[in-house]
Write a protein that binds this ligand. Sequence first.
Ligand SMILES: [Zn+2]
Length: 148
Amino acid sequence: MKPLTRLLDKVAVAFRAAPSAPAAELAAEASAVPAAAVEVRPVREVEGRREFHGLLWFPVLTVDDEDKLVVAAKAGLPHCLRCERPLALAGQREEWVCAACGQTRPGSEADFFVADSVIAEGLKEFFAGHPGFRPAPSLSAPQRSLAS
Ligand SMILES: [Zn+2]
């Protein structure tokens, strides 16, 4: 065998061996960490209040003050503007109904897109009032883009 061929063989063997060894070590390390040692970060929930298309919403942001991150955002249920009670989706036409005053709203006025807009507005407002806070990777891409 020529010296160059032998060298190339050695390189090939080293290259094949290299990636697997650290990966195996990392896996062993990861499994050695006991579940109790995983830190649960303290978070708080910030409730907003927002009128949107004749409905009242109380979107909730989950905030990590230590890392200055918004880790989650939920729109919650639409509420009756008059009674401030959560509406229930009812009937064959899928209307939002207030159990207290009987007011009804079409289901489409509190659909996925409206809920998304409510979250977006809530995030925008929070980031505007809390400089230094960033959206966490756990938020969706459209939600994360609101902080920039
Ligand atoms: Zn009502």
